[in-house]
Design a protein around this ligand. Sequence first.
Ligand SMILES: NC(=O)c1ccc[n+]([C@@H]2O[C@H](COP(=O)([O-])OP(=O)(O)OC[C@H]3O[C@@H](n4cnc5c(N)ncnc54)[C@H](O)[C@@H]3O)[C@@H](O)[C@H]2O)c1
Length: 364
Amino acid sequence: MTELKTLQYDIGGGRYRPIYIGRGIIDHLAECARTLDADKFFIITDDNVAGVYLDEVKAQLEQVAETHAFVFPAGEQSKTLSTLESLGAKVLDARATKSSVIVCLGGGVVGNLGGLLSALLFRGIRFFHVPTTMVAQIDSAIGQKQAVNYKRGKNLFGQYYPPEFVFIDFAFLRKLPERQIRAGLAESVKHGLCQEETFFEFIGRCAPNFSWEDIEYISAHTIELKLELLIIDPYEGKLDPQLELGHTVGHALEIRKNGQLLHGEAIAIGMTVEAKISAALGFMSPELAARIEAIFQKIGLPTRIPADISIDEILETLTFDNKRRTAINDFFLLEAFGCFHKENGKIACKVPESLLRGVLESAY
Ligand SMILES: NC(=O)c1ccc[n+]([C@@H]2O[C@H](COP(=O)([O-])OP(=O)(O)OC[C@H]3O[C@@H](n4cnc5c(N)ncnc54)[C@H](O)[C@@H]3O)[C@@H](O)[C@H]2O)c1
């Protein structure tokens, strides 16, 4: 067990929320939850996580208040309005009140669903995250974005809504399949590219055989880098480019593969393809674009577009991208480490369809 530390993250308006963080700290969950003075806890989790961690988390919360648990099938396919509605019905039937607290135990899917349910129920009840995947611990649980998918695209129905706190126990990662750890590393590489070249290089040196110490250090440092961005921009609006690098193409692939491509895998391909677009436009050096593809290959992440997704399908899905502000084919393109291409002072950049098609054709 490591010592439980407390970090703070900025949710705007001079308000902060704690992140309780450490390894093997689960026995502290009851005291953290007690601070909320809840009448009931409603744990939302998926059927994989329920089989591994539900009992110990429930035992902690039962020391504090009446606790119920609702389980849905694991996977991206569950991140829908219909799962949201069915969870909401269960929470209501168990007589939730404005004093109740929702507990999101699981990965980014659980967190996004439980967070959005909390925002909507009675126009907002409190919730907290107990993230159990690397993606959730370093990214999705730290922020305010809550959303579900719709068949046309990712995260199309959502809300900004902050948790009361985030409880990050790195011990949860030890039972995570290796493929999920690699997917988490894609988000860390993203922060290296956007904020800290030496961190990018460090990850590259550790790959492909990461020790648990490496994973914990990389996770903790990725959280620090994300917190730096949230201080500047708690709603992740102005800083979309840093946080959404590779996500334009990545989200289109993720929704098209309907759960077969993990979020981190999809954005690894997305960052590779978007680097190639930037190189094709003359913004990024071909050497950096090659380094980006090489680090993902070394980690063991995919970098090529799956053969069963056509260019037309990608282009059609891009028209539903939730980051789109004006034209179709808006991209955030990196020129160098920490440096985005700007047009008229704005980072979003329109890419001509003919060039986009050409790069996509070369990216299979
Ligand atoms: N800002 C944001 O809100 C944000 C950021 C990044 C990702 N996301 C979203 O998060 C989702 C991806 O999150 P994810 O990668 O955590 O996926 P996930 O929630 O589907 O979890 C991945 C898999 O790991 C299993 N699992 C979870 N914890 C485990 C553990 N400790 N041991 C064993 N198995 C475990 C889950 O049951 C699931 O099968 C996507 O929907 C993505 O859009 C949101």
